[in-house]
Design a protein around this ligand. Structure first.
Ligand code: ATP
Length: 322
């Protein structure tokens, strides 16, 4: 392994830069050079690449986003697109790839690996934490702390005005963010895609709260909840109870910001781990961390099922919000 190509793909997440830094520095430590590929698969197809040295990743560990940019590429989903990408890999003399991204990124990486035999290691970078093969994804810890900070602020307003707030957090298919910030923020109710939404139950709980003198409440809604978002759910609850509400969609603020200690450390470990796996001749896996131990998981196992949410935490949330 003489030259590694590196890119970030899918949604950006805080800690991607720390991971880029770890890949570049650990590769150079092992006498392997690094080519940075801009905008994920878009840059791989267009050939927008550059050599990276130690200085190119100076002073980025604390920055959110990704200096390599990120994009979604329709072309890479086609054989022709991946063929064009393979030509660029040849042109640049790249022997292996590190792909930092989510589930979709790994599916693309797997197809590419199968068709063109280029060794690839995936690194889980997404705020949703919805990737199997790792306890946490890079960016998740920062995202939940950012969301929690906003929820705490909204609670101040909710309490001052005696209001019920429905707060929508990110999580297109999973409720990891919603469940963690809901428990940590003392939410009265948490709606996640993993649990069927019961509008009657939410309504009764809020009414019960009002009856016992509770003047403000917070309901956390995962954006992927099957009932279709915080506005719709709030309106359904109002129809049943007559309770007025306010809605806040936290949106993209959850993606940005300086990564937490946990995300920087995880990103550093997994970035260096990916390089060392490539050097050892491993390919077609994602490197994650399970019970504090670095673990490679074959890429096809990543999407072969859904990552399980913590059922005990769901139970705890119900117990504490009576
Ligand atoms: P996030 O979870 O943050 O959205 P992601 O990696 O899942 O990250 P996607 O947009 O799903 O984000 O995927 C990133 C890119 O990977 C896509 O734009 C596409 O180019 C490529 N890709 C996704 N799925 C496939 C697939 N089945 N085959 C080939 N390429 C794919």
């Amino acid at each position: 392994m003489k030259k590694i190509g590196l890119f970030t793909s899918g949604g950006d997440s805080p800690g991607m830069n720390a991971c880029i830094r770890a890949v570049v520095r650990s590769a150079i430590y092992h006498n392997v050079s690094v080519v940075g590929i801009m905008r994920g698969y878009v840059g791989l197809i267009s050939g927008e690449m550059m050599s990276m040295d130690i200085g190119s990743v100076s002073n980025i560990i604390q920055q959110g986003g990704t200096i390599l940019k990120t994009a979604r590429s329709k072309e890479f989903r086609t054989k022709e697109g991946r063929e064009a990408a393979a030509q660029n890999i040849k042109k640049w003399g790249i022997d292996g790839l590190v792909a930092i991204g989510g589930d979709g990124t790994f599916r693309g990486a797997s197809d590419f690996n199968e068709e063109h035999g280029i060794p690839i290691i995936g690194v889980p970078g997404t705020i949703d934490n919805d990737i199997r093969g790792t306890d946490f994804t890079i960016g998740y810890d920062t995202a939940i702390n950012t969301a929690l900070d906003s929820i705490d602020r909204i609670r101040d307003t909710a309490a001052s005005h005696d209001r019920i707030f429905f707060i929508e957090v990110m999580g297109r298919h999973t409720g990891f963010i919603a469940l963690d910030v809901g428990v940590a923020g003392g939410a009265e109710y948490i709606l996640i895609p993993e649990v069927m939404t019961d509008i009657d139950k939410v309504s009764q709980l809020l009414l019960h709260g009002i009856q016992r003198g509770k003047n403000s409440s917070i309901v956390i809604v995962a954006e992927g909840d099957e009932e279709g978002g915080a506005y719709k759910i709030a309106e359904m609850v109002k129809e049943k109870t007559g309770i007025d509400y306010r809605v806040t969609i936290l949106g993209h603020i959850q993606r940005g910001g300086s990564p937490t200690v946990r995300d920087r450390v995880l990103a550093s470990k997994l970035g260096a781990g990916a390089v060392e796996l490539l050097i050892e001749g491993v390919s077609g896996v994602m490197v994650g961390e399970i019970n504090n131990k670095m673990e490679p998981t074959p890429l096809e196992n990543i999407w072969d099922g859904k990552k399980e949410i913590d059922k005990n935490l769901i139970r705890l949330a119900e117990m504490l919000s009576i």
